[in-house]
Design a protein around this ligand. Structure first.
Ligand code: HEM
Length: 531
């Protein structure tokens, strides 16, 4: 922001006073008594304008970037906040149309964020870790100061271990992931072959995916839908000014439930951590995140019980609902486009025959068409329209001459890229086989789990989503089973028309309501895949 503040104000008011004296000297014959009220009004108006000018300078920036989603610099932030909450996609579309390839400043209400063009990511990735922080940015966007997730600012231990330890252990963990998911599907989904049953798919798939996420992070399942509660808090709280949030948060039922969930989690995790710490060599051998975090901690703080509870809770919260919503989106898109569903079912059948019913990592990785459909769903409905969000910690001069100051937030608009017809032809049209047909060799080299994607579905660089391999594999385990064994259909709306559950957008987040309903029944004929 501009640095000139009260000095400007003083300068302007003294200019006004000098001008007043000059006006008086120009009209010596006017009686002072008559002129006084006019001059007083003139003086007051000038003072007011000087005040506005100063405040305006105070709330303006000096880097020349165009400001988006604020009508004038003195507009109360609440207007930006509300516009962003309810029409963020339109704001991003309009900004991209005007400023494609150029940086601009987005007034989001909670913060003013510099939106950089996508091609700056390469340069930003080369910066030292101390210069930009992903976790400080995520914590702020997800209102970590309200839901307890701000602990992620303190360490990146969990991120590193998810990538360096948990991901390579996935082949070992796969049999257990498969059998837990199979069991959960059989337990939670209706088995009727003749009539349709209405289900809330996200609520059911959350149980399936959390089998994989909690297995990889902790071992047995440890919490009941804390992720939904965390997200509900974030959606509600981002609507109100920050200074009201600490007070208002206690008025939402989510906060009380969340506090209870944290206590429950702590009661379970802390004693378990203490138990494992007593004999690390024998009790931290299980391939799970928490064991590795204890075994490879570099300080006592890194293996402290409360910190580990919050970190594991944040990983579960961040990974579970996003994956469940994504899987439901893939199913809904395929149901809406039966020709692609048929092709993908045929691919699953072929693969089942080819691998002799032994679904190992290679079998899941060979599902090129399903992988392409997953890319397409995540392009059209990414978890967040803004990706690569970072907090600037050190002064940075970019090659374009843009100077980034400590304390600023930056991001890129994945949504704008995903909807750019120069990058994805007919971007609004769903084509499950888009990546598959565009270039099979490229698609295979950069599958869904890959971080090298044009729309940056996992973010980018060192701090791209560390759970992407878990999410991709677990999603395929679930989708193969569900698409082979079940038929899905859309529930009729109030007018009796069967419609796809709507994708909703609030702030930068794209999601499907956990209450969205779909119809399900068991297929009369299936491959009979048994994990
Ligand atoms: C379809 C499901 C998922 C999607 C679309 C997704 C997407 C993302 C994105 C876009 C980011 C931000 C990356 C960046 O800023 O560059 C992120 C961060 C993160 N994700 Fe995921 N994710 C998913 C599933 C998971 C799962 C299953 C886990 C854990 C098992 C996980 C753990 C994390 C963590 C810990 C971070 C924060 C990394 C940091 O602080 O630097 N995610 N995810």
């Amino acid at each position: 922001m501009a640095t000139t503040t009260l000095d400007d104000f003083h300068t302007l008011s003294s200019i006004t006073r000098v001008s007043l004296r000059s006006i008086q000297s120009l009209f010596p014959d006017i009686a002072i008594a008559k002129a006084a009220p006019i001059l007083r009004t003139f003086f007051a108006a000038s003072l007011f304008l000087a005040f506005l000018y100063t405040i305006n300078r105070q709330f303006s920036y000096d880097d020349g970037l165009p400001l988006v989603n604020r009508s004038f610099s003195l507009e109360p932030r609440i207007f930006s906040r509300w516009r962003w909450a309810f029409r963020s996609d339109k704001i991003l579309n309009e900004a991209y149309e005007k400023y494609k390839g150029r940086p601009y400043r987005l007034a989001r209400g909670d913060a003013d964020i510099i939106v950089l063009p996508d091609d700056m990511i390469g340069e930003l990735n080369k910066l030292p870790q101390s210069a930009i922080s992903s976790r400080k940015s995520h914590s702020s966007s997800l209102t970590g100061y309200l839901n307890g997730m701000d602990v992620v600012k303190e360490t990146n231990h969990h991120v590193k271990l998810l990538l360096a330890r948990v991901t390579p252990a996935l082949p070992t963990l796969l049999p257990s992931i498969k059998s837990r998911i199979e069991h959960t599907i059989a337990e939670t989904l209706p088995q009727d072959r003749d009539s349709w049953t209405t289900i809330r798919p996200i609520n059911i798939i959350v149980h399936c995916i959390s089998q994989a996420v909690t297995l990889t992070t902790f071992g047995p399942p440890i919490c009941d839908n804390a992720e939904l509660i965390l997200f509900s808090i974030m959606f509600v709280m981002r609507l109100v000014p920050r200074f009201l949030q600490p007070l208002l948060v206690w008025m939402t039922p989510f906060k009380w439930r969340l506090e209870r969930s944290w206590r429950t989690l702590e009661n379970f995790v802390i004693p378990e951590v203490e138990f494992r710490k007593e004999d690390v060599s024998t009790r931290c051998k299980n391939p799970d995140l928490i064991s590795w975090m204890i075994a490879e901690a570099k300080s006592e703080e890194e293996k402290e019980g409360v910190l580990l509870t919050r970190l594991v809770g944040s990983v579960i919260a961040g990974g579970t609902y996003s994956s469940a919503a994504f899987i439901t989106g893939v199913i809904a898109d395929l149901v809406a486009h039966p020709q692609f569903l048929a092709e993908i079912r045929a691919e699953i059948k072929d693969t089942h025959e080819r691998c002799g019913g032994k679904w190992d990592i290679a079998a899941f990785n060979s599902l090129d068409k399903l992988d392409s459909a997953m890319k397409e769903t995540s392009r059209l409905a990414p978890g967040s329209m803004l990706v690569y969000s970072r907090y600037i910690e050190e002064p940075i001069m970019l090659s374009t001459g843009l100077y980034l100051k400590p304390g600023q937030f930056i991001t890129t608009s994945g949504h704008s890229v995903a909807m750019d017809p120069d990058i994805f032809p007919n971007p609004r049209v769903y084509n499950a086989l888009r990546a598959y047909e565009e270039s099979l060799s490229e698609h295979r080299a950069q599958p869904f789990r890959s971080v090298d994607s044009k729309d940056h579905r996992w973010g980018a660089g060192r701090w791209a989503c560390p759970g992407r391999s878990i999410a991709s594999l677990a999603s395929k385990v679930i989708l193969v089973k569900l698409l082979d064994e079940y038929e899905f259909s859309f529930a009729p709306d109030q007018q009796g028309v069967a419609t796809r559950p709507a994708t909703q957008i609030m702030h930068e987040f794209v999601f499907m309501s956990p209450n969205a309903g779909m119809l399900i029944r068991r297929q009369k004929q299936s491959c009979g895949i048994s994990y």
